[in-house]
Design a protein around this ligand. Structure first.
Ligand SMILES: Nc1nc2c(ncn2[C@@H]2O[C@H](COP(=O)(O)OP(=O)(O)OP(=O)(O)O)[C@@H](O)[C@H]2O)c(=O)[nH]1
Ligand SMILES: [Mg+2]
Length: 461
């Protein structure tokens, strides 16, 4: 990696804690002159003489003027987050004091850091690869146990380890193929083609696993949209309220109560569900507001990741329910059937009536009966068919697209083998595959792309 990036030699400074009043504020300084700059405003001792990973209490001053009493943490290159000399100044948490400290550092020659610049330096100094660096931003943005876990797995190198293995195995073979090219006059094959087939099949399957994990990754990062759909008065708003444990939506015995859609977020087992309560759907209504609401319900239903089809056990006819199911199936909609108001009809009677319909969940939204079962089924439906446990979950769209390219080039290599392509042509596809693997971890990259990726970070990280 070239270290000739713009501003690379500068020593950078930024507030690392959120702006605003707090108990303390941490100002971070990183670069070749970090210790010199800190020394100029921290007269208690010469930090150059102090060992790395030590804390120092004292006054920050500018000439005769005292700025604050602070704690300085000293990290000497290369044993720091960025790999450079790093000083973290814990000051009192007043925005005025923090700005005063930053201004003093700037007057000593530091410049304000750009968003993500500390992490960018960590990447450029080989402290983290690009996938790990991006996961740092994901960890900061994480808002559920699942997103925290996925980000940490990548930061700790789990994903990079998968990619390195793919790359190393492909490299061995590519070396053999390239060797053949040197001996092309003599018609030898160093690379055993049968073994190569095997390898490509294995690599394809590992790549596909990573590609497939993205649907779960997306769910973890962005949540799942759930549309609650059903006829007027089925109890949709009651169900939403029961999930939220509050009276968010108006409930009444008058059909057509909900006119517009209502969205609320809940966290079940570490997954965010965006619940959408909709206007009840009926065939004919003269009310224009209600029909606009119904139209909106239909479009929410089509956009949703999951549909909860709620019905009143007393009202619903088996034949109508079957038509509804056929409609979902035809449109490729992921749905759960939820039979409501079992308290009124009696649970056994309800179960008997719908015994011919598989996978129905029987609840009473009003009495919170079996709503936990429904929640479990919602989670199961989302996680169905996806990798779990400690495996890598790809959550980043950039990684996903690169992996799709890896998958494509592996297919090209396989087709090349099928068609008995010569080594030089195979080598091209192999290099393309290596290129995309390298893009994910940042072995192959350019300055614009890096700037773009790190500009999404917050300042001070
Ligand atoms: N007995 C019983 N009544 C329920 C249950 N769930 C809802 N209800 C009642 O059914 C009526 C309609 O409930 P809502 O939640 O407003 O129904 P909705 O599906 O949102 O209706 P619209 O917004 O008009 O489409 C209200 O009187 C609720 O109290 C239940 O589990 N048991
Ligand atoms: Mg309603």
């Amino acid at each position: 990696m070239s270290n000739k990036l713009t501003g690379w030699d500068d020593t950078i400074v930024a507030l690392a804690t959120p702006p605003g009043v707090g108990a303390i504020g941490v100002i971070r300084l990183s670069g070749k002159r970090a210790i010199i700059i800190a020394n100029a405003i921290f007269p208690s001792k010469d930090l150059q003489d102090q060992p790395s990973h030590t804390l120092h209490v004292g006054y920050l001053v500018e000439g005769e003027r005292i700025i604050d009493e602070v704690v300085l943490s000293l990290y000497k290159s290369p044993r720091s987050y960025t790999g450079e000399d790093v000083i973290e100044i814990s000051s009192h948490g007043s925005p005025f004091v923090q700005q005063d400290v930053i201004a003093a550092c700037i007057r000593q020659g530091a410049r304000l850091a750009k968003p993500g610049e500390f992490t960018q330096r960590a990447f450029l100094n080989g402290k983290l690869d690009l996938a790990q660096a991006e996961a740092v931003a994901d960890l900061i943005a994480s808002n559920t146990a699942a997103s925290q876990k996925a980000a940490l797995h990548t930061i700790r190198g789990g994903f990079s380890e998968n990619l390195k293995e793919l790359r190393d195995r492909l490299l061995t073979f590519s070396a053999l193929i390239e060797l053949e090219l040197d001996f092309s006059q003599e018609d030898v094959e160093f690379a055993d083609r049968a073994k190569f087939y095997e390898l490509i099949a294995e690599l394809t399957s590992s790549t596909q696993q990573l590609v497939n994990s993205f649907s779960l990754g997306n769910v973890i990062k962005n949540g799942v949209s759930v549309a609650i759909i059903g006829k007027p008065n089925a109890g949709k708003s009651t169900l939403l309220n029961s999930f939220l444990n509050e009276n968010r939506a108006i409930v009444s015995e008058i059909p057509g109560t909900t006119r517009d859609t209502i969205e609320e977020i809940i966290n079940i087992d570490g997954i965010l569900f965006r619940l959408i309560d909709t206007a009840g759907i009926r065939e004919h209504t003269a009310d224009t507001i209600e029909s606009a609401g119904i139209e909106r319900s239909m479009s929410k239903m089509k956009q949703a990741d999951l549909v909860l089809y709620l019905f009143d056990v007393a009202d619903m006819k088996i034949s109508d329910l079957r038509l509804q199911i056929a409609d979902f199936e035809k449109n490729g909609i992921t749905y759960l059937l939820v039979a409501n108001k079992i308290d009124a009809a009696g649970e056994n009677a309800a179960r008997n009536k719908f015994s011919s319909i598989e996978n129905t969940i029987f609840v009473s939204a009003k009495n919170h009966l079996h709503t936990e079962v429904l929640k479990e089924r919602m989670v199961d439906t989302v996680l169905r068919g996806t990798v779990q446990g400690d495996q890598t979950v790809v959550t980043n769209a950039r990684h996903y697209h690169a992996l799709k390219e890896v998958e494509k080039s592996l297919l090209d290599i396989k087709n090349g083998l099928d068609n008995k392509l010569t080594g030089d042509l195979l080598a091209l596809d192999i290099r393309r595959c290596l290129h995309y693997l390298g893009e994910i971890t940042g072995e192959i990259t350019n300055e614009d792309q890096l700037d773009y990726i790190f500009s999404k970070f917050c300042i001070g990280k």
